[in-house]
Design a binder for this molecule. Structure first.
Ligand SMILES: [Fe+2]
Ligand SMILES: [Fe+2]
Length: 374
């Protein structure tokens, strides 16, 4: 590559960032793209929605906070950050223990897919919208997600693999969500993304001997981007209070439960990765849930009771059902299919059991805005 070519970290729009990645994509591996193509309940999905309804959102009720947040995004403090520097140590991918290598690559591919999923959704909103507030916000957020996805792809490329982002945009299946479900799901995924990245960053700051890959050094600025994306969705919900009232409180509980339990199941599928980081996935899960719950009190009238005696046992029941479901699918045949139906039913029952744990009421503050505090 030309030494003076622009890097996706410096791109000012999502389109520019993706074009730079596409130019580098000549060696993209089919297997990584295949992993990213998978559509199961647990892997990151691509979303589409009613863009006209989202475009009609009015942010006037939160104008002062909105303008301050958008000023910060416009100033773009992380421009140029998401690229390798002299702090990036070369990794001996071939020397890495094979179990760890497989799990770490899986982690990078699914993180890249999740970043890119946000990028595609936000970029589409920007493209279709006419409301200047909405279009500007989604322009900045898609710009950030394109840089994040591009940076993970840079890391993967060193291992001889990478995700073909252009192909994914065209070929991956899109799931339709009503706008209000997009607000709950993306608000939560931005905030839990912040909590996940900052928890790992702080842990490795205290225990640098566990930092087996340089990408973790970039996590602080990274999670600050996710934090401000979450702030934007909190303001959108604050400006439209019906979204967090009445029957919608049930949907908030549903999304909290879905996002937390999915994270629990997914993280426990990567024991070697967490052992290499010196992190117990159960501790990590509870820590991330606690931070996310504390943050989400800015806008959600409830939090989940993650210290309830039934909380962890029911998460575990869901995890075991998912392990059995995977095994049954791999086994195949008629017995495999029957076992899969039974395991899916058990996973569903565990999810409903989690939903029946009473939530904790929360008095939402008059002002939403928070700064990253962890
Ligand atoms: Fe991101
Ligand atoms: Fe984000």
């Amino acid at each position: 590559m030309n030494m003076h070519a622009k890097h996706s970290a410096d791109a000012e729009t999502a389109e520019e960032g993706l074009a730079i990645q596409a130019a580098q994509a000549v060696h993209d591996s089919e297997s990584a793209t295949e992993v990213a193509m998978q559509n199961t309940l647990l892997t990151p999905r691509f979303y589409t929605t009613d863009f006209d309804e989202m475009d009609a959102l009015n942010v006037d009720p939160v104008r002062a906070d909105w303008d301050a947040l958008l000023d910060q995004m416009r100033a773009d403090p992380n421009r140029g950050h998401f690229k390798k520097t002299e702090d990036w140590e070369q990794i001996d991918w071939d020397g890495m223990e094979p179990g760890l290598r497989a799990e770490f690559i899986d982690f990078l591919i699914s993180s890249c897919t999740a970043e890119f999923s946000g990028c595609v959704l936000y970029k589409e909103m920007k493209r279709r919208g006419t409301n200047p507030d909405i279009c500007e916000l989604f322009k900045f957020m898609s710009r950030d997600e394109a840089r994040h996805a591009g940076f993970i792809n840079d890391a993967l490329r060193e291992a001889g693999i990478s995700v073909n982002l252009g192909f994914l945009t065209k070929a991956k299946k899109y799931t339709y969500f009503k706008p209000k479900f997009i607000y709950y799901a993306t608000y939560l995924s931005e905030k839990i993304g912040y909590a996940r990245y900052i928890t790992i960053f702080r842990h490795l700051e205290a225990h640098p001997e566990y930092r087996f890959h340089p990408i973790f050094k970039w996590f602080r600025e990274w999670c600050n981007d996710e934090f401000s994306h979450g702030e934007a969705f909190a303001l959108l919900m604050k400006a439209n209070p019906h979204l967090t009232r009445g029957r919608n409180v049930f949907w908030i509980k549903f999304f909290l439960t879905a996002v937390y339990s999915t994270m629990w199941v997914r993280d426990h599928q990567r024991p070697a990765f967490h052992a290499a980081l010196g992190v117990d996935p159960a501790w990590y899960g509870q820590e991330v849930f606690a931070k996310t719950s504390e943050i989400s009190r800015q806008i959600f009238p409830i939090t989940l009771d993650i210290d309830h005696p039934k909380w962890q046992p029911r998460l575990e029941a869901m995890r075991r059902a998912n392990v059995d479901l995977d095994a049954a699918r791999k086994a195949g045949g008629i017995t495999g299919r029957l076992r899969a139906v039974w395991a899916a039913a058990r996973a569903g029952r565990a999810f409903v059991a989690l939903l029946t744990i009473p939530a904790l009421r929360n008095e939402v503050p008059a002002s939403v805005r928070l700064e990253p505090a962890y």
